[in-house]
Design a protein. Structure first.
Length: 337
C-alpha cells in the first residue's frame, strides 16, 4: 500500500484529497496546524471524518515547527508528498502579511527539506492562479511569465515555485506545482465567496459584490480538483536525462524534473451569472451591495487546461449549477438551515 503524506488535511482541499486517496486504498499521513484563521470546529469535523478510516493518521503541528515536521515525514516514509497547507486568502494578506512569510515561505522550505531527506518519488505543491497577477492574456497558460504579483499572497506562491524549482534541479526531486483556480464545493472555507453568499442569503442579509459585478472567475469544483491531483501523483516530471519528445505547450523545465500545472474548469464565468445560478438554487433573489474593486484583486481568471488533459486524459468539467447545488445542500445539512 503506497503512502501519501498530505499537509493541510483539516483544510478544505486537503480534506477532500485525503478522502479521495483513502477511498482508493492509499495510506494517508496528514499534517495540519488547526489554526484559527477560520472556524476550527469545521477543521476538526473534517479530520474526524478522515479518522474513521484506519489507513489515516494525522499529526497536529505547524509547518514552522521544523523538528516536528521533519520527524513526522521521516516516520511516515511516504512515496509522495502533497503540500497543500498554507496561509491562504488574497485579502487577508493585506491584514496579516507576516503569517504568509512564516507559513508559505519558512513552512514550505521546511517541507522541501523533509522531502529531500525522505527521497520521495514525487513532490506536489499548491500554487495559485494569483501568480498570473497583472497578466491580461487569457486563458492563462503555464508557459506565461508570472512576474507581476498583485498581493503578498501571490508573491509567496511565486516564491514557492522558484524555491521548488531550485530543489528539483539540485536534488533531482520530481516536482509538480499546481495553480488552482477559485476552488469551491462542500466543506468549503467560510472566507470564500460562495460560502459568504449562501450564509448571507439564508440569513436574509445583503451580499457584497465587488467591482459592481464586473468580474469573472474560473470556478473549479473541488471533486474535479482532487481527481486531477490524484492523477498527477502518478505523473511525475521526468528527469532531464533521457527525455522523449516534449508535449506541445509543456511547462517542463529544461534543467530540472519540474513542471507547473493549471487546474481549473477551463471557463471564465461572469460573477453575476454565478450569483444568478445561486439565486435559482435558493429560489430567491439575493439583495446586493455593489462595491468598488478590492485592493489586489483581478477582474478575471481563466485556465487553459490543455496540459492537464494531455498528461492525464482528464479535464475538469463540473457545471457551475451542479457545483452550487451540491454546496447549498451540504450547507443546509451541516448548519441545519
Amino acid at each position: 500500500m503506497a503512502t501519501i503524506f498530505v499537509t493541510g488535511t483539516a483544510g478544505f482541499i486537503g480534506f477532500h484529497l485525503a478522502k479521495h486517496l483513502l477511498d482508493e486504498g492509499f495510506s494517508v499521513v496528514g499534517y495540519d496546524g488547526l489554526t484559527d484563521y477560520y472556524d476550527v470546529n469545521l477543521k476538526k469535523t473534517r479530520h474526524a471524518i478522515l479518522e474513521k478510516n484506519p489507513n489515516f493518521r494525522a499529526q497536529i503541528g505547524m509547518l514552522e515547527d521544523n523538528n516536528l515536521l521533519a520527524k513526522t515525514v521521516a516516520e511516515a516514509q511516504p512515496d509522495a508528498i502533497v503540500h497543500l497547507a498554507a496561509q491562504a486568502g488574497v485579502r487577508y494578506s493585506l491584514e496579516n502579511p507576516r503569517a504568509y512569510i512564516d507559513s508559505n515561505l519558512t513552512g514550505t522550505f521546511n517541507l522541501m527539506e523533509a522531502a529531500r531527506e525522505a527521497k520521495v518519488d514525487h513532490l506536489l505543491m499548491a500554487s495559485t492562479s494569483s501568480v498570473y497577477g497583472g497578466n491580461t492574456q487569457m486563458p492563462f497558460e503555464e508557459t506565461q511569465k508570472t512576474d507581476l504579483p498583485l498581493t503578498l499572497y501571490a508573491a509567496t506562491k511565486k516564491a514557492n515555485e522558484s524555491m521548488a524549482h531550485s530543489y528539483a534541479h539540485l536534488w533531482h526531486i520530481p516536482t509538480t506545482m499546481f495553480r488552482f483556480f477559485t476552488v469551491y464545493g462542500t466543506y468549503g472555507r467560510p472566507d470564500l465567496a460562495l460560502f459568504k453568499f449562501v450564509r448571507a442569503a439564508l440569513a436574509g442579509e445583503t451580499i457584497d459584490v465587488y467591482n459592481h459585478g464586473k468580474m469573472a472567475r474560473d470556478f473549479t469544483y473541488v471533486d474535479d480538483l482532487v481527481h486531477a491531483i490524484r492523477l498527477l501523483v502518478d505523473t511525475p516530471p521526468p528527469q532531464v536525462e533521457g527525455r522523449t519528445t516534449p508535449i506541445p505547450g509543456d511547462s517542463l523545465s529544461p534543467v530540472a524534473p519540474f513542471r507547473t500545472m493549471n487546474i481549473g474548469n477551463g471557463a471564465s464565468v461572469p460573477l453575476m451569472e454565478f450569483i444568478t445560478e445561486l439565486e435559482k438554487t435558493l429560489g430567491r433573489e439575493i439583495p446586493k451591495n455593489m462595491m468598488d474593486m478590492q485592493m489586489g484583486d483581478v477582474p478575471a481568471t481563466w485556465a487553459n487546461t490543455d496540459l492537464l488533459e494531455a498528461l492525464t486524459g482528464f479535464r475538469p468539467n463540473t457545471p457551475v449549477a451542479e457545483g452550487i447545488r451540491n454546496f447549498v445542500n451540504w450547507y443546509r445539512d451541516y448548519y441545519r438551515v
